[in-house]
Ligand binder design. Structure first.
Ligand code: ADP
Ligand code: NA
Length: 333
């Protein structure tokens, strides 16, 4: 049976609604306060579960985060048996939301940076999903373990590792790299390509010839051929309202899928990338082991992911705005 292991972060997010973001020396009052479960690891684990996949989350919270674990386990279908309860506060984000729509965030890593022992094997995992909100050494240890056991790995390097970490990263151990456009550019620059010149893309059939899309394609095409990168990595690059581009070494052409047509307006894009990640992994989990993806199958997977992420941006919040599989399939009919 397919099971995804997520080794990642768990946070308590505290939202304050302010007129303007508070400045040094100033006191401002908040017209509302909301406390929600968050963290990219937890968000993506919830997205896998809502997409219908079995998922185990590995991470750490403090005693103040036990309610988060209960919510993940009982309300959202994520197995949290392997989450440690540490002698630290749960990771915390203090988020000011201004009337203009701007935000400002203070992030305290807290228990997410507790040293956890890496297991010797991953007996129950069929897929490994990683982000970058935990100790980098732990991300590397899990990646290596999964790779050596032949388990497909999905890496969403967010927030971006340092240029040094990126240059020496074991890319060959990554099966799927999931980045947004800004991250793709940063990654290429970190690997030593400072000039992101537009229009330098190799010929690609089937891509709409809009300048921004060709630029994005050029970035991931150059990334895929970079000497510090591995030729075997499948690259998925999300493009916000422009949709998604995929470059698979097994396919001769890139795949482009436009963003979903929204039913209503964009309310909150927070968590859209996490929603996309979870749906991507849940779809990959349904494929037969070692299947070589054809263009049609990959396109179908990305269509589900953009629909899920589209619903996510129509709703406020991160974790709570991730749709269920049934809601996504409704849109595709
Ligand atoms: P991240 O949230 O990680 O920065 P993106 O902004 O690329 O990632 O968004 C991820 C996905 O969410 C996109 O590929 C797209 O499918 C969907 N999405 C994001 N913004 C919009 C939007 N304004 N309209 C429709 N879909 C969107
Ligand atoms: Na949202």
């Amino acid at each position: 049976m397919a099971r995804c292991l997520v080794r990642g972060s768990i946070n308590i997010d505290e939202f304050f609604h302010v007129r303007d973001i508070v400045r040094a020396g100033e006191t401002t009052s908040s017209s509302g306060i909301e406390t929600r479960a968050g963290g990219k690891g937890a968000n993506q684990a919830v997205a896998v579960a809502k997409a219908g996949g079995h998922v185990d989350l590995v991470g750490a919270v403090g005693k103040d985060g036990l309610w988060v674990l209960r919510q993940l386990q009982e309300g959202l279908g994520v197995n949290v048996d392997e989450v440690a309860v540490a002698d630290e506060q749960t990771g915390r984000a203090i988020i000011q939301l201004a009337e203009s729509g701007e935000n400002s965030i203070i992030l305290y890593k807290g228990a997410n940076y507790t040293a956890l022992e890496t297991p010797e094997t991953l007996p129950s995992a069929s897929h490994l999903l990683l982000q970058n909100e935990i100790p980098f050494s732990s991300t590397l240890a899990y990646l290596f373990l999964a790779y050596s056991e032949g388990i497909p790995t999905i890496f969403n390097p967010s927030p971006m590792p340092t240029p040094d970490e990126l240059r020496t990263f074991p890319w060959a151990q990554v099966t799927w790299l999931l980045v947004n456009e800004g991250e793709a550019v940063d990654l290429l620059k970190a690997l030593g390509e400072p000039n992101i010149t537009p229009f330098a893309a190799p010929e690609a059939e089937g891509l709409p010839k809009t300048p921004s899309l060709l630029t994005s394609y050029s970035v991931i095409a150059r990334l895929s051929k970079h000497s510090s990168f591995a030729q075997t990595v499948n690259i998925i690059c999300t493009l916000g309202s422009a949709g998604v581009l995929a470059l698979l070494p097994s396919l001769s052409q890139p795949i482009y899928v436009p963003a979903a047509k929204l039913q209503g307006c964009v309310r909150d894009t927070t968590g859209a990338g996490d929603c996309f990640a979870g749906y991507l992994v849940a779809e990959l989990m349904k494929l037969p082991k070692d299947m070589v993806l054809d263009e049609e199958t990959m396109t179908g997977i990305l269509e589900i992911c953009v629909q899920a992420a589209g619903i996510c941006v129509e709703r406020r919040g991160a974790m709570e705005s991730i749709p269920t599989r049934i809601e996504v399939l409704e849109r595709l009919r």
